[in-house]
Design a protein around this ligand. Structure first.
Ligand code: AMP
Length: 467
C-alpha cells in the first residue's frame, strides 16, 4: 500500500467515516490532503473532452448552415469599449445595468467583456466600411460572451453563442431567413423546437404602447411583484417578461403591442408570417415577447425547446429560450453609421448542448461520429516500432486509422476496433514483422488473410472501395 493511504487512514477521525463525502469529493475531485486546489469561478464551466461530441456537432452544423446560406465568418474581440454596449443595448437594460463585466483599462478608459456580439458586428461593419460592399452583408460568429448574471441551470457567466446577422436590407424575407437558419440549426441536430414571434414596431409606436401599458399596470400596482414595480418606473416593456405567478393574470389581460402598430409595421409583420407559412415553419404568435435589448425594431423572435415536463427536463432549461433575435433597423445609425436596416439571431450553445444532451437520453439525435477507415492493432515491442511508421505512412496516404499504442492485448484492441465500427483491422505481430507481412482481418466475418506489408495499403483501399 502506498504510504499516503496509510496516513490517511490514521488521521481521519472515526466519526468522519460516517459522514457523507463533501460534494466535491462525491463528484470525483481529487485533492491531496492538506493542499488547496483552485476552483473554477462561479458561473463559469469547463467543457470537458466527454462533451466534445456535442460541441463539435454544433459547430459543424452552424458552419455548414453558414456556408449554405452564404454568411461570412467574422471574429470580433472579446473585449470592447464599455460604451459600445451602453449605447447599443440601452442604459436601462438588465444586461448593461447589472450584468456587464466592466474594467478600467491602463489608460483609465472603461472596457468590458462583451455581453453579446451584435453591437460588435455593427461596429466592425462601420469600421471596415462594409457599406461599400454589395448589400446586404451576411456574417456569422461563434464565441464566448460574458454576463454577470445569477448562475443557475442553463445560465452561466461565460457562455458561447453562434449568431447570424444580415446587414443592409429591409426585406421581410430576411427576417424569415434568419428564423429558418435558427430552426434548421436545431432540426439538423434532431432537437424539436418552437419559434415564438412578435413585432414591436418602431420606437414611436412603442412609446405610445409603453404609455398605455404603464397606465394599465399603474392601476394594478398593489397586485404586482416588487420587480414589476421597479420595471413600471424604469422600463415598462420589461413588465411583459415577468415570470412571477402573481403577475401572470395581469400580464394576460395587458394591452397588446400589435394593436399599437402602424399599418406599415403590421403589413411588414404579416409578410414575415406569410414567408414562415410558405416555408412550413411552425410558429407561435406571442404578444408579450419584447426581448431584453433596446435596439430591436419590428420582428422579434425566440426559439424554445419542445420538451415535455414528464420527460424530466430541468425546469430552467426547458423553459428558457435557446436563442433569439430580431430586426434592428435603427442600430447602425444609433452607433454612428449611416442608416442601414439589419436583422440577426443569436443561439446559446451551452444551453443548447445541455438540452440536446438531455433530449438525446431518450430520443435519437444527430451527433457527428468520428469516422475511421481501419484499425491498426500491434503485438509486442518490435511490432510497435514498425506500427508507428506504418500508421504514419497510411495516414499520409489518406486513410483514417484508429489505434491505441497503450494497449497490448489483441482482444482489447479488437474491441476498440469494434467500437469504432471499422470494416477491417490490420494486425501486426512479431512474426509478421520478421516476415514483412501483415494480417488483414474482416471485422464482420472474422476472416483473416496474411498479405505483404507493401501491398497492404492497396488491398485495404480496394476493400474500402477507395480506389
Ligand atoms: P439573448 O441575446 O440574451 O436573448 O441570448 C440569446 C441566447 O443566448 C439565449 O437564448 C441563451 O441560449 C443564451 N444565453 C443568454 N444568456 C445566457 C447565460 N447567462 N448563460 C447561458 N446562455 C445564455
Amino acid at each position: 500500500m502506498p504510504k499516503k493511504q496509510k496516513e490517511k487512514k490514521k488521521f481521519v477521525p472515526r466519526k468522519n467515516k460516517e459522514q457523507k463525502p463533501k460534494k466535491k469529493e462525491a463528484e470525483g475531485a481529487v485533492v491531496e490532503k492538506g493542499k488547496r486546489a483552485h476552483n473554477i469561478l462561479r458561473g463559469m464551466h469547463d467543457i470537458l473532452p466527454r462533451e466534445e461530441k456535442y460541441w463539435k456537432t454544433m459547430f459543424h452544423v452552424a458552419e455548414n448552415l453558414a456556408a449554405y446560406f452564404q454568411y461570412g465568418r467574422i471574429e470580433t474581440p472579446v473585449m470592447e469599449e464599455a460604451g459600445l454596449f451602453v449605447r447599443s443595448l440601452g442604459k436601462g437594460t438588465d444586461v448593461v445595468e447589472k450584468e456587464m463585466y466592466v474594467f478600467e483599462n491602463q489608460d483609465g478608459s472603461k472596457i468590458c467583456l462583451r455581453p453579446e456580439a451584435t453591437a460588435s458586428v455593427v461596429r466592425a461593419y462601420i469600421n471596415a466600411g462594409m457599406f461599400n460592399y454589395p448589400q446586404p452583408v451576411k456574417m456569422w460568429y461563434w464565441g464566448p460572451m460574458f454576463r454577470h448574471d445569477r448562475p443557475q441551470a442553463g445560465r452561466y457567466r461565460e457562455f458561447r453563442q453562434v449568431g447570424y446577422e444580415i446587414i443592409g436590407a429591409a426585406d421581410p424575407a430576411m427576417d424569415a431567413e434568419l428564423i429558418l437558419v435558427a430552426y434548421n440549426f436545431y432540426k439538423d441536430l434532431g432537437l424539436p423546437v418552437e419559434i415564438r414571434v412578435n413585432s414591436i414596431g418602431l420606437p414611436e409606436e412603442r412609446e405610445r404602447y409603453k404609455a398605455e401599458l404603464a397606465n394599465y399596470y399603474r392601476a394594478k400596482k398593489s397586485y404586482i411583484c416588487e420587480d414589476c414595480r421597479k420595471r413600471l418606473l424604469k422600463n415598462p416593456l420589461r413588465l411583459l417578461d415577468c415570470k412571477e405567478d402573481q403577475c401572470q393574470p395581469i400580464k394576460d389581460e395587458a394591452p397588446q403591442i400589435v394593436d399599437w402598430l402602424s399599418e406599415t409595421s403590421k403589413n411588414y409583420f404579416m409578410k414575415v408570417l406569410e414567408y414562415l407559412d410558405a416555408l412550413g415553419i411552425p410558429y407561435i404568435l406571442q404578444p408579450t415577447l419584447v426581448r431584453g435589448l433596446d435596439y430591436y425594431t419590428h420582428t422579434v423572435f425566440e426559439i424554445y425547446p419542445v420538451i415535455e415536463a414528464e420527460e424530466g427536463a430541468a425546469k430552467e432549461t426547458a423553459q428558457s429560450a435557446l436563442g433569439g433575435g430580431g430586426r434592428y433597423d435603427l442600430l447602425m445609425e444609433e452607433m454612428g453609421g449611416r442608416p442601414t436596416p439589419a436583422a440577426g439571431v443569436a443561439l446559446g450553445i451551452d444551453r443548447s448542448v445541455a438540452v440536446l444532451k438531455q433530449y438525446g437520453e431518450k430520443h435519437p439525435i444527430n451527433l457527428l461520429k468520428p469516422e475511421y477507415d481501419i484499425y491498426f492493432a500491434q503485438l509486442g515491442e518490435r511490432a510497435k516500432g514498425r506500427a508507428l511508421k506504418m500508421i504514419e505512412d497510411l495516414r499520409q496516404s489518406g486513410l483514417r486509422i484508429g489505434f491505441n499504442f497503450y494497449k497490448n492485448s489483441l482482444k482489447t484492441q479488437l474491441e476498440l476496433a469494434n467500437d469504432l465500427k471499422v470494416p477491417c483491422a490490420l494486425i501486426l505481430g512479431q512474426k509478421e514483422v520478421q516476415e514483412g507481412t501483415i494480417i488483414i482481418r474482416d471485422m464482420e466475418s472474422g476472416i483473416q488473410e496474411i498479405v505483404d506489408q507493401k501491398k497492404a495499403e492497396n488491398i485495404v483501399k480496394k476493400k474500402l472501395e477507395k480506389i
